[in-house]
Ligand binder design. Sequence first.
Ligand code: COA
Length: 214
Amino acid sequence: MVEPYACLGQLIACPGDIELVSSRIDAVEPRCAEEEALVAGWATRRRAEFLSGRACARGVMAALGIPPTPIPFDADGVPCWPPGMVGSISHKRGFCVASGARSIQFASIGVDLECGALEPALTDEICLPEEAADLVTLRGWCDHPLTLVFSAKEAFFKCQYPVTRRFLRWRDVAVTFRGSQFTVSVHGGAESGLRGRFGADGGWVATLALFPRL
Ligand SMILES: CC(C)(COP(=O)(O)OP(=O)(O)OC[C@H]1O[C@@H](n2cnc3c(N)ncnc32)[C@H](O)[C@@H]1OP(=O)(O)O)[C@@H](O)C(=O)NCCC(=O)NCCS
């Protein structure tokens, strides 16, 4: 299978603002005893993706100059980042990615990694009518346009949730793409107008949503 690294590399438009570290899920070294304790008893595969995502996240901490710490999670499953940073984790098909930034620059970020085409039958569940109409145009930028819309909404959800604690459905969120960037709006939401970036390569789709400090 093609690896997602080229796709993920497209998310870093401007080195220095956002850090991103990715790996295979089985490449976790060294492990963190506190995190191992959190996932003792979980299914093997889920444990591996959790621990690998955390290992990548500590790579992000190192790149940001933040001392490495364990990353527990809250009652909603949201990772608890150390002071000074915000971050996000995603895993897909044996790979994981963590992305992070300094909290003086961003209130939150969200990253999402997807692979392959989604069932066209899901279009009406995921897309607003105008997004569905734009899928043909999006095909010029990405082989799997429905996956791209889905991923942008996932990244946006993961970006906004730690700040708003608001649950959103697919059709609460409207995404507009331009070049390798997208803008998100939510009916009545203060987080409307958030921007994001996407990458697409070898069947992989990756998205990054950014919640800047106001
Ligand atoms: C949280 C959610 C977005 C995760 O997406 P996913 O594609 O299933 O899985 P990913 O591998 O990309 O991401 C999982 C990671 O997201 C993070 N996460 C989990 N819940 C989160 C939340 N509420 N907010 C932010 N991040 C969250 C965790 O780091 C998790 O990995 P970990 O448990 O190993 O730490 C998804 O499971 C979910 O709950 N969706 C419902 C809301 C939704 O999708 N609405 C429509 C979009 S607007």
